[in-house]
Design a protein around this ligand. Structure first.
Ligand code: GTB
Length: 229
């Protein structure tokens, strides 16, 4: 029996090893607390099968299994990890609650507008309304980034020391790459850079690259499937 958690990840990297799929934030959280973990690759076909749907009702990755705990949704997974180990949530109850609020802000307020733009790019390109749709999606992202940028100001992290709130927020922002959108907010660009410079992030990033390993060359030329979610 495994004595450490098992997470699931795509069988083949959809992004050429750039660590943009959501297993990355779970790997990163586990690295931050120094927890070993196993990764079980799941193919798109297997994601639709009953065995995976029992773990993830929406046929997605990642999932998390550790003893009698089985979880889906990265917010819930990272919160579960952070709540049980030191290092990702402050000890002070009020500060801890605020860090958790930032986790929710990342997945509930910032991530949806970023995902919406990507979904439009994949599904609506070529439609007569595409350019207008894209501009509207980007405007919504800028509104969120502007508010976030104002709140962060010149601080290193959103609320005191680095927390699971920063981990989730930085990983959500990473999805924008080095786009003009993020580039318009130098403090957010620097924030993501600081997050990516953390040794735990580097270990997680290298681990996902190594995991995809030989599959990378193939997935660059023939994407396994249009990225989704
Ligand atoms: N809310 C869920 C969570 O946070 O756990 C969302 C999980 C999710 O969207 N998972 C995606 C998935 O399994 C993978 S991360 N999609 C398959 C499907 O829905 O059929 C999304 C993702 C995919 C690819 C890239 N990429 O290539 O850059 C980036 C992000």
């Amino acid at each position: 029996m495994s004595t450490h958690p098992t997470i699931t990840a795509f069988e083949r990297s959809p992004d050429g090893g750039r660590g943009l799929a959501r297993d990355m934030r779970v790997r990163w959280a586990l690295e931050e607390i120094g927890q070993r973990y196993d990764v079980r690759p799941v193919s798109f076909a297997a994601m639709r099968e009953e065995a995976h749907r029992r773990l993830q009702p929406f046929r997605q990755i990642p999932t998390y299994e550790d003893g009698d705990v089985t979880l889906f949704e990265t917010g819930a997974i990272v919160l579960h990890i952070a709540a049980r180990h030191e290092g990702l949530l402050p000890a002070d109850a009020a500060a801890r609650a605020r860090a958790i609020a930032w986790m929710f802000a990342a997945v509930g307020t910032v991530e949806p507008v970023i995902v919406d733009r990507e979904a439009a790019t994949y599904r609506e390109r070529g439609k007569p309304w595409f350019e207008r749709r894209l501009r509207a999606a980007e405007d919504r992202i800028r509104v969120r980034l502007n508010d976030l940028s104002l709140r962060l100001g010149g601080a290193d992290w959103l609320d005191g020391d680095f927390s699971a709130g920063d981990l989730m927020m930085a990983d959500v922002l990473r999805r924008l790459g080095r786009s003009d959108l993020l580039g318009g907010f130098p403090n957010l660009l620097a924030y993501v850079g600081r997050a990516e410079a953390r040794p735990a992030f580097r270990r997680a990033f290298d681990a996902q690259r190594a995991f995809f390993g030989a599959g990378l060359a193939a997935s660059k030329s023939t994407p396994a499937k249009e990225p989704s979610g």
